[in-house]
Design a protein around this ligand. Structure first.
Ligand code: PLP
Length: 241
């Protein structure tokens, strides 16, 4: 009998899930005549162990995302893998922003000017350049997604200008979360609109981060360059500890 270690079993499980998710991205891209290579998979590792991040790195994943500062800073230190690009995707408190700028490679959830100032200060102090996405509010007319945060489309240009001139920060594009339980297409169309506004201000800021485990196909069809996938790769998240 071949006895497999717990780690090997977990590695096999993640590898199989990863293959399935990559196949979904491939199919979604090809169905709208896009090159699958133009869609980057960001693995959302929040609440999972550092070992899972190491497994993902070994399987070729380069982008990982965390949403809580204390957990992220600990995991970043434990994993200590220079190949990885760490995204911060949580609602960020202004008083923690400078600390996040000391290890995050990119903050995908910037939605207000106070956050830009705090991140810039932290990046400069740490002698780093931190990439920034503007999180755009995709709340519907019914306010379905209001609690998911984000900058109103009308304020995107002003925020983009501010990020563009903030020392230590590099504007890279937009991010959004479609409201749950309804057709995500109108939300992703609104995000595409915001992406156009940002590209007019900085043509190099081309990232469009949209789509999660449940709606990545629609996001890719709407032009997402990055999808953020947790559950479909790592399984159900452990409860908050
Ligand atoms: C948790 C999270 C995801 C991943 O969601 P899944 O449904 O597990 O794929 C994506 N984006 C953000 C901002 C998240 O907080």
């Amino acid at each position: 009998m071949v006895v497999r270690s717990v780690n090997e079993a977990r590695r096999d499980e993640i590898a199989a899930n990863l293959m399935a998710v990559r196949a979904r991205i491939d199919r979604a891209a090809r169905s709208v005549d896009r090159d699958p290579q133009d869609v980057t998979l960001v693995a959302v590792t929040k609440r999972f162990d550092a070992e899972d991040v190491q497994i993902l790195a070994g399987l070729g994943v380069r982008d990982v995302a965390e949403n809580r500062h204390q957990e992220a800073v600990d995991k970043h230190a434990r994993v200590a893998d220079d190949r990885l690009i760490w995204h911060f995707i949580g609602q960020l408190q202004t008083n923690k922003a400078a600390a996040v700028a000391a290890y995050a490679d990119q903050v995908d959830t910037v939605d207000r000017t106070s956050l830009v100032r705090a991140l810039s200060k932290g990046a400069v102090k740490a002698h780093r350049t931190v990439g920034v996405l503007i999180q755009v509010s995709l709340a519907g007319a019914d306010g379905a997604a209001a609690e998911r945060g984000g900058c109103p489309v009308a304020d995107v240009a002003g925020l983009a200008e501010q990020i563009g001139s903030a020392p230590g920060l590099q504007l890279r594009g937009v991010m959004g979360m479609a409201p749950l339980g309804v057709d995500p297409a109108p939300a992703f169309a609104r995000l595409a609109q915001a992406a156009d506004i940002v590209r007019q201000i900085d043509p190099a800021a081309t990232q469009v981060s949209a789509g999660m485990s449940g709606d990545l196909e629609q996001a890719v069809a709407s032009g997402a360059t990055h999808v953020r996938v947790g559950t479909a790769i790592l399984g159900d998240r452990p409860a908050l500890g």
